[in-house]
Structures are given as structure tokens and as C-alpha cells.
Design a protein around this ligand. Sequence first.
Ligand code: NAD
Length: 293
Amino acid sequence: MENLTGRVAVVTGAASGIGRGMTEAFIAEGMKVVLADVEQGALDATTKELSSQGAEVVGVECDVSKPESVDALAKAALDAFGAVHVLCNNAGVAGGGTGPSWERPLDDWDWVFGVNLMGVVHGIKSFVPILLEQDDEGHIVNTASIAGLINGGGTYGVSKHAVVALSESLFGELAQLGPKIGVSVLCPGWVNTRIIESERNRPEAPREISDDQAPQAEAMRKIVTDLIQNGLDPRDVGNTVAEAIRVRRFYILTHDWQAMVEHRMQNILQGRDPVGTMPPGMAEGVSALLSSS
Ligand SMILES: NC(=O)c1ccc[n+]([C@@H]2O[C@H](COP(=O)([O-])OP(=O)(O)OC[C@H]3O[C@@H](n4cnc5c(N)ncnc54)[C@H](O)[C@@H]3O)[C@@H](O)[C@H]2O)c1
């Protein structure tokens, strides 16, 4: 979609971080934007602020983990602007706590997968039929993570691998059945957002971390908080996404971390164990943590 001006975008998780960065980038391109988010206060404040600057925006409260809520979002977008050209399935959460897979409560898996994976599935189910029906240019951007391209990564990393696979699958389907609709998967490294505070939007009470895990969880949280606070400006990510839509780029990487992806591929191809890839800064922090414990 070479010309974004006048087009309509729907962005989930638009009240904060990368979603807001994409929203601002789209507005700068002359697009109309439907901001969707589960956090009503932040959504209202963001929509009001952007609107007072002259942007054509509407805010719609939406919980992407609920199919009926995403259906209602699609209807609200059409009611507001009459069409949808760009859909960013971006809302996501990072599950709190540490610990191995077998100790993680099923609630953690349900919440993280409900938002990160099923949120994207619901976006595709509610919006792709509309885009196909319009028979116009369109584009879908699913936010995964660099964690979806490297080893493991707990509930979060596993959900992001699924978003990458789902996006690859969608790309192939639309290439055959709706070639006017492009697809991208956004795989950012560290970006300066509120992702570390994801528990703020968890429907049920945050889970208790056992006393023996608490110091390690707190130390890990500090490492990741520092890396995120020193991460990219979300608006820069938004600009990168706008450019990727324009040139129909599928994989959107925001950092020069290709070596980690290549390392994993070589592990697979050469039958090696899945070890040795962690984002810059993380490996140092984790080994310092292990040596102090
Ligand atoms: N920040 C990073 O370093 C980073 C790196 C890679 C990928 N990501 C991904 O980027 C996306 C955006 O996260 P962010 O970093 O901007 O974090 P953020 O917390 O600043 O923003 C996420 C937004 O999603 C909303 N949200 C949460 N649950 C929701 C739900 N059920 N329905 C609708 N909205 C919901 C939140 O209210 C918030 O406004 C996520 O998918 C995240 O996994 C972030």
C-alpha cells in the first residue's frame, strides 16, 4: 500500500507503547485511526490528546482475548470511518514471574496466550472477511517479538513463536485468496514501553510468587526493566512499521539481532542443542544473577 494518506487503521493496544507509536506514525501519514485498548482510562486520555492535536481518531474499549469484543471493534471501526485498510494486532502482555514450564500456573498460560495469540486470531477472524469484501488494498501487522524467532522464552516466548507461525500461515493464505492484502509480523527487540507492568491489565489477581522464587524474580525484573527503559522509542518502531506497510515487507526486525536468529537456525540444521541465544544485555544480566545466587 504505497499511499497511506486517507486510509483507516485499527490498532489494538493503542493506549500505550508500540501501539501508540504506530498510531502516531499513521496519523503523521494522514491516516484515520481507531485506537483499541482494554485500559479505558489510558485509552480515553490518549484518544483525547491525539484528537486535540487535530488527528481523526476514535477510541474503542476492547479486550482482544474475547472474540465478541473484537467483533464489536470491527463494527465500531466501520461505523466511524466506513472502511478498514490496516489492522495492527498489537495488544500483548508479558507474563509475570519466573520458574520452569512445569511450575507455571495454568492461569499464566491462559492469560498470556489469550491476549498474545488468541487476540491475533480474533483480529484475523473479525477483520479479514471485511478486508476481502472491500476488495481494496489492505495490510495486517501482527506484533510478535524477537522472542518469537529465538529459543524458547517461557509463556511469552512460546506465544510469540505462535504469532510468527500464524502470520506466516496467513501470508500464504492471503497470497492465494486475497493478494491485495499484505501481511507483516513485527519482531521488536527492546522498546521503551510499559510491557513490564503488564499485570496492570490482568483480569484476575496477579499470581503470588513463592518466597524462594521472589528474590530471583525481582532481580530478573530489574534486568529486563533496565533493558526496556534503554530500548527504542516506540514512535521509531511506528515509523518502521509504516514503511514496511508501504513496501510490503513481511518480517519487521527493529534491531540488528539477526545473528541470534541465525544461531537458532544453525542449531536446528546442525542438530545442536537449543542453547546460546539471548538478547544483548540479558545474557550478561542473567549470568551475573546466577553467579550471585
Ligand atoms: N516493549 C518491548 O520491548 C517489546 C518487545 C517485543 C514485542 N513487544 C510486543 O509489543 C506489543 C505492545 O506492547 P508494549 O511493549 O507497547 O507494551 P505496553 O504495555 O506499553 O502496551 C500494551 C498495550 O496493550 C494493552 N492490552 C493489554 N491487554 C489487552 C487486552 N486483553 N485487550 C486489549 N488491549 C490490551 C495494554 O492496555 C497496553 O495499552 C506486545 O504484543 C508486546 O508483546 C514489546
